[in-house]
Design a protein around this ligand. Structure first.
Ligand code: SF4
Ligand code: SF4
Length: 296
């Protein structure tokens, strides 16, 4: 099984637009994984049916039994996260602030504090109108275990692909270079970097490319809004050439992309010319998965 991961060093480059376009073009040949769990929005373009949902549990939260509590406030004194609150004269723990360290339970003289598994979000297995399958997730408010949830989404996508006999998983990764991106990259066969020629775009592309090189994963690049800044575009092309990164395509700024997002549809469903262009890019991407000798 192969895995293509689409990432960008920063948000707003068009990463999800391209990932959704490839998901539509590949239809039921791929299982799609939306691993941008902190700002999941691929579903807005692909319209999954949220057919199967499961809670995602990670870590623990302290809970006070009001019947056993004597109000001594030892828990509040030791909590480093200001998670113990007085509500109507009773000690309660704010589940968003609680880090689950367990210190309060150790000092409680009445053994009134226990730990419960923390539900931090949900993940879904959905059907797409293309006939494809998508695994995606939603983090709860204040939840911060996104690296673990990314790993869960990826693992479920691989499992579903195996179950359906699909050979390809297409991952929309997180922007940036943090823990969720590292989790997105684990086990990738090919990384597609999406960038734009702005000063911040070039800086962030170089940072995320450095990360990908540490994993020693082959990568290619799509240069979006390529006409924004000719000087930075040149610098980006020089960087790609210096590191032997395949330039898959350049797309000049085009309001059709924004119009498609506003309509809640993939660009390939809205614009026949872009569909043709992106189908050619998808063919190039899948060719890069083949052994080098098979490409010539
Ligand atoms: S330490 Fe235990 S008994 Fe004291 S206020 Fe906290 S929960 Fe109640
Ligand atoms: S488990 Fe740790 S963070 Fe949570 S309330 Fe107790 S001391 Fe505070």
């Amino acid at each position: 099984m192969k895995e293509i991961v689409i990432i960008s060093g920063k948000g707003g480059t068009g990463k999800t637009t391209f990932a959704a376009a490839f998901a539509v073009l590949a239809a039921d040949e791929v299982v799609v994984a939306d691993c941008d769990v902190d700002a999941a929005d691929m579903h807005l373009l692909l319209g999954p049916d949220f057919g199967h949902a499961e809670a995602f549990v990670s870590g623990e939260t302290a809970v006070i039994d009001p019947e056993s509590c004597n109000g001594c406030d030892r828990c509040g004194e030791v909590c480093q996260f200001d998670a113990v609150r007085l509500v109507d004269g009773a000690h309660v723990i704010d589940p968003i602030a609680c880090e689950g360290c367990g210190y309060c339970a150790r000092v409680c003289p009445e053994a009134a504090i226990t730990s419960e598994p923390r539900q931090v979000g949900h993940w879904y297995r959905s059907r797409l109108s293309t006939g494809g399958t998508m695994v995606h997730a939603r983090l709860g408010i204040g939840a911060d275990n996104s690296g673990k949830l990314v790993t869960r989404v990826k693992n479920e996508a691989r499992r579903v692909a195996g179950e359906l006999g699909r050979e390809l998983v297409l991952v929309d990764g997180s922007p940036g270079v943090g823990c969720p991106v590292v989790a997105s990259l684990a086990g990738a066969s090919l990384v597609v970097l999406v960038t734009e020629p702005t000063v911040s775009g070039r800086h962030d592309l170089e940072r995320v490319h450095e990360l990908v090189r540490r994993f020693d994963i082959p990568c290619a690049c799509i240069l979006n809004k390529s006409d924004l800044n000719p000087d930075v575009r040149r610098q980006l092309l020089d960087h790609l050439a210096a590191h032997d990164v395949t330039l898959l395509a350049e797309f000049p700024y085009d309001e059709a992309f924004t119009a498609a997002i506003t309509a809640g549809r993939s660009i390939v469903d809205e614009d026949p010319d872009r569909r043709r262009d992106l189908a050619a890019v998808w063919t190039r991407i899948t060719r890069l998965l083949e052994p080098e000798e098979a490409r010539t």
